[in-house]
Design a protein around this ligand. Structure first.
Ligand SMILES: [Zn+2]
Length: 176
């Protein structure tokens, strides 16, 4: 997925925050959670820096630990346990937003990318749809594949939600 992660993160985070019964004391507190969710939605792709700058494009970046679910399951479990042990609602909400956005990212990557959902039990890459190599530049193969419409839909939904909230002057999102 190319352009869909960030808008998906905005949609997922907004939906969770709208349904959570957390009471935000300030616009800053709300935005802090919004940013946790949005950043988590693109976090696994930070491995592209490693891929291009260090690894010299030797391995698919989806094979790095940052794109392997079991590591995020472990991280989420630790922070959820911590949140419950401390009865800390901030940690629980932050972990929920973080985890759901990470798994949202990995799910969206599974549509045409390859994700090792069964690791460490299996090294098999799981993918919903294979994208045929039709163009010289690999990016066009994905951009002209029908699944790219999903990315456009996600982007349009996120932009329209943001604009609607701004238009309404929804507290916590827009300044006016
Ligand atoms: Zn990714």
């Amino acid at each position: 997925m190319f352009i869909g992660h960030l808008p998906a993160g905005y949609l997922i985070t907004s939906a969770i925050l709208a349904r959570s019964n957390a009471r935000f004391k300030s616009k800053r507190a709300y935005r802090k959670f919004l940013w946790i969710g949005i950043l988590a939605s693109i976090l696994p792709d930070f491995d592209l820096f490693w891929f291009y700058l260090i690894d010299n494009c030797q391995h698919l970046h989806h094979s790095y630990w940052t794109h392997i679910p079991i590591y995020w399951i472990g991280t989420s479990a630790v922070f959820l346990a911590l949140g419950y042990a401390l009865k800390n609602r901030t940690v629980l909400l932050g972990t929920t937003l973080f985890s759901l956005n990470i798994f949202g990212h990995l799910f969206l990557d599974t549509i045409v990318g390859k994700i090792r959902w069964l690791y460490p039990f299996s090294d098999d890459d799981l993918v919903f749809f294979d994208v045929p190599a039709r163009y010289n530049w690999w990016v066009w193969n994905f951009v002209f594949h029908w699944t790219f419409a999903l990315e456009i839909i996600l982007t349009a939904l996120a932009v329209s939600l943001f604009l609607k909230r701004c238009h309404r002057g929804t507290p916590m999102v827009c300044d006016h």
